[in-house]
Design a protein around this ligand. Structure first.
Ligand code: F6R
Length: 613
């Protein structure tokens, strides 16, 4: 949450980069935006509540021009969405700071600084960073910005990625990272910092990922000094980012969510390719994966939100096909619980961004308790979770910009299915012939997904009716229950319609009381062994006047009738049916949001990467 950028340039005005970079990072937070630039005179700052575009216009009107600057797009944590709370924060005219993360001891630090005479102008935790650095910078008269940032950081508890400039230090930018992502990007005559690579990719592909505890001093010519968490001078590898610029552009689509829904046949095919080309081999997960997989007897999956629903789906596969006992837990709950650790239980974390703080902390907690083995399923190369994990499988969804996760979810499912078959083979539970069948199913999957995408016009007609509703129920059974959960989450996230999901058999134990003719009930009803049970549950709804919206398969004996609307996805997709049945609920949410006129890609109160608790 929150995106930060910064740059020191030898020749070009820094404002172009700051505004372009912030526009790319806007999905990380969009409550307010701001930049601070060292001009021919002092540091000048422009901040606006709302979107980067507004701030950019104001910066242009103010004619901001300079070679060094920092910028920020905010997802509010401490303090409301106001201009005084927008970043950059300044200490006098001297120090300007942008920050992503949370300083947990900010109250104590604020009191200390107030006692020293500092006056606070915002309610943020970030302002303590600015004053704290100012204090260190000025107190001994040595005016060493790098030393001042190092000394100030030693006082902070919590998570941060920061960029700092000083008015009297026009060619130095200092960056520090602890627990929140931050990278340095190296251009010809420019050095940049950014929360993620999308901000810099139009300028350079050469990036250095900072590690926790790193502090760097940058000039237009690169990294002048870099120390690690122990204060030791260090070097980090320069990597070439493979992110494509096209993946960050909308192209012919109206929204990133729409684009990303439609990219799923390719994203799924790309992710499946790992298993289609490499077979269900342990090495797909890392060099020593076979040894690790042989040393485990159960799995615990930790994740949040949509990624958690991917984990819930995978539990069915892992226990059914690989006979691997699997626990699934919400990361933010797990990390504060007294758990019984088991060194032979593999910890799997699932995360699109790879930087979700709760998931990261849950992994660290599991390791501290004695879990020996960990695997990360992640969509972002070099992000924190894979780096903290023993094994990794990257999904190949490409950049996901829409705040509501779509292609990341379905590709996570492909990866988890590949893991299941791999473990099944290794444990002698999946024969070569069965593995070949699974390979074929994976091969057919992009086509089935495309078929569902072609049902869009029918789904639009439903969406127009949903747009007038205040509530909705989603039902599924067995492996499709997590898909109902995902459908309800998508709907509430982007349409603000209250939606709940239940296992269909649970309805009569309480939620049925909610059903009347104002309550649309979406049912995921594929042609599997539970279809007859689901039909019985639908009768319970119909008998109470509830209107049913049923997604079923082409080959299921299920017909429209009064109060029962049916859309047929292709012939039952067998074991991969949850992936196919995800597409219609994504489309239903997307088109309902369009009909309601909400901001699809940037729903209120949310942000893409959740790097705070
Ligand atoms: C919902 C959504 C969130 C994320 C959750 C975890 O559409 O995107 O629920 O799934 O915040 O994020 P990652 O997967 O990045 O750890």
């Amino acid at each position: 949450m929150c995106g930060i950028v910064g740059a020191v340039r030898a020749k070009n005005n820094v404002v172009d980069f700051l505004t372009q970079g912030l526009a790319r990072l806007e999905y990380r937070g969009y409550d307010s935006a701001g930049i601070a630039v060292k001009t021919a005179g002092n540091i000048e700052r422009v901040r606006r509540v709302g979107r980067v575009k507004l701030m950019e216009k104001a910066a242009q009107a103010a004619g901001l021009n300079g070679l060094i600057g920092i910028g920020h797009t905010r997802w509010a944590t401490h303090g409301g969405v106001t201009e005084p709370n927008a970043h950059p924060h300044m200490s006098g005219d001297l120090i300007a700071v942008v920050h992503n993360g949370i300083i947990e001891n900010f109250e104590a630090e604020r009191t200390r600084l107030q006692e020293l005479g500092y006056v606070f102008h915002s309610q943020t935790d970030t302002e303590v960073i600015a004053h704290s650095i100012h204090r260190e910078y000025t107190q001994n008269g040595n005016q060493d910005l790098f030393a001042a940032v190092s000394a100030a950081c030693a006082r902070f508890q919590g998570a941060y990625a920061i960029g700092v400039i000083a008015n009297d230090c026009p060619d130095t930018l200092v960056a520090a990272r602890m627990g929140c992502p931050l990278l340095i990007a190296l251009g010809e005559d420019d050095t940049f910092i950014a929360s993620d690579v999308s901000a810099v990719i139009a300028f350079t592909r050469r990036v250095v990922f900072l590690e926790d505890g790193d502090i760097a001093r940058l000039s237009a010519h690169g990294i002048d000094k870099l120390i690690d968490k122990n204060g030791i001078n260090t070097k980090r590898d320069v990597k070439m980012s493979a992110l494509s610029l096209a993946s960050l552009e909308l192209g012919p689509y109206s929204h990133f969510m729409q684009k990303e829904i439609h990219e799923q046949p390719k994203a799924i095919g790309d992710t499946a390719e790992v298993f289609l080309l490499g077979g269900f081999a342990a090495e797909n997960f890392g060099e020593h994966a076979a040894e690790v997989f042989q040393d485990i007897h159960s799995i615990k999956i930790l994740a949040c939100g949509t990624s958690y629903y991917a984990a819930l789906t995978a539990k069915y596969w892992l226990e059914d096909i690989a006979k691997m006992p699997t626990d699934v837990e919400i990361a933010s709950e797990y990390r504060y619980r007294n758990v019984i650790a088991d060194p032979k239980q593999l910890i799997i974390t699932i995360s699109q961004s790879g930087e979700t703080l709760d998931t990261m902390e849950a992994l660290k907690y599991a390791k501290s308790l004695g879990h020996r083995h960990s695997l990360s399923i992640c969509n972002v190369m070099e992000s924190a979770l894979p780096r903290e994990s023993e094994l990794v499988l990257y999904t190949r969804a490409g950049a996901e910009i829409g705040v509501a996760s779509t292609k990341a979810f379905t590709t996570q499912l492909v990866a988890l299915f590949g893991l299941t078959v791999t473990l099944g083979k290794l444990r002698g539970l999946v024969s070569d012939a069965q593995a070949d069948d699974y390979t074929n199913e994976l091969r057919l999957l992009p086509g089935s997904v495309q078929h569902v995408l072609n049902l869009e016009p029918q789904i639009v007609a439903w969406a127009n009716r949903f747009a007038a509703k205040n509530d909705a129920l989603f039902l599924g059974r067995g492996i499709h229950y997590p898909i109902a959960l995902e459908g309800a989450l998508k709907l509430k996230e982007i349409t603000y319609i209250h939606a709940e999901a239940y296992p269909a058999g649970e309805l009569k134990h309480g939620p049925l009381a909610l059903v009347d003719n104002n309550m649309p009930v979406v049912v995921i009803a594929p042609n599997d062994s539970l279809l007859e049970k689901v039909k019985a549950n639908m009768q319970e709804v119909a008998a109470r006047g509830g209107e049913l919206f049923v997604f079923t398969d082409l080959d299921s004996e299920f017909h429209e009738s009064s109060g029962v609307n049916v859309i047929r996805t292709p012939r039952h997709a067998g074991i991969l049916s949850p992936i196919v049945h995800t597409i219609p609920v994504q489309l239903l949410s997307y088109h309902t949001a369009l009909a309601r006129g909400t901001d699809v890609d940037k729903p209120r109160n949310l942000a893409k990467s959740v790097t705070v608790e």
